[in-house]
Design a protein around this ligand. Structure first.
Ligand SMILES: Cc1cc2nc3c(=O)[nH]c(=O)nc-3n(C[C@H](O)[C@H](O)[C@H](O)COP(=O)(O)O)c2cc1C
Length: 210
């Protein structure tokens, strides 16, 4: 199967079968696809929260536009971004990078100084808008990996961030929720989108070539 076939296969599932669980091995592959996502300056300014616990899913469902999906899916992946950039966060990532590459710490200091001079002068909301954007690349890769495994998903922004952040105590970690991904197996009898044609603008309308 090719990536294009995987993407044609997937759709945003509207109802999950609560009796079907995704294996830990497959969840780990989806997590790995998200972890390998490229990010601006390699900072990985977000974390992935994986929720399988039914009671926590029930509590999260109070803030969800698709509460049934939240309750009935196998796992919920929550993409939560740094609430702001800090010198410590930037240094920690670059110390990891130099340590992993066997380079002296500070090897990229001129670059990290530049990042700090840009980001640390910005309001937290501007920082967060940037960190949040990075999460969508990981969300896309996770959706694609799940599709390759023929596991159903729904990307979702339809939720009350305040509820999700509070239930998961994200503020403690200086994180804010951005998007969700429901993961599981569709309920074939109630997933009304399954039988509908995938609709996209034509390539002609989509692409502008010069
Ligand atoms: C960032 C993002 C947020 C979305 N939020 C929701 C959502 O809250 N609830 C929902 O049912 N679908 C949501 N969707 C699914 C889209 O409606 C769906 O992907 C789109 O209509 C295309 O259909 P397809 O994914 O089945 O091809 C979201 C998709 C994306 C990419």
């Amino acid at each position: 199967m090719s990536l294009i076939e995987d993407l044609q296969w997937r759709h945003a599932v509207k109802a999950y079968d609560p009796s079907k669980k995704v294996s830990r091995e497959d969840i780990d592959k989806i997590i790995e696809a998200a972890r390998l996502a490229p990010t601006s300056s390699g900072l990985q300014p977000f974390r992935l929260i994986v929720v399988e616990d039914q009671q926590i899913k029930n509590r999260l469902s109070e803030g969800a536009l698709n509460p049934d999906c939240m309750r009935d899916c196998s796992h919920v992946l929550i993409f939560a971004a740094w609430d702001r950039y800090t010198a410590e966060r930037i240094d920690r990532m670059y110390d990891l990078t130099t340590d992993e590459r066997g380079l002296p710490r500070g090897r990229f200091a001129s670059y990290t100084d530049k990042l700090k001079s840009i980001y640390l002068d910005q309001p937290a909301e501007v920082n967060f808008a940037h960190t949040a954007r990075q999460t969508y690349i990981a969300l896309g890769l996770a959706l694609a990996q799940a599709a390759e495994l023929r596991i159903d998903t729904t990307p979702a922004e339809g939720f009350d961030n305040a509820v999700i952040d509070s239930v998961l105590e994200l503020e403690k970690h200086s994180l804010k929720s951005v998007s969700l991904m429901y993961v599981g197996y569709a309920d074939q009898s109630t997933d009304w989108l399954a039988s509908m044609k995938k609709v996209r603008v034509s390539t002609q309308d989509f692409v502008m070539e010069f």
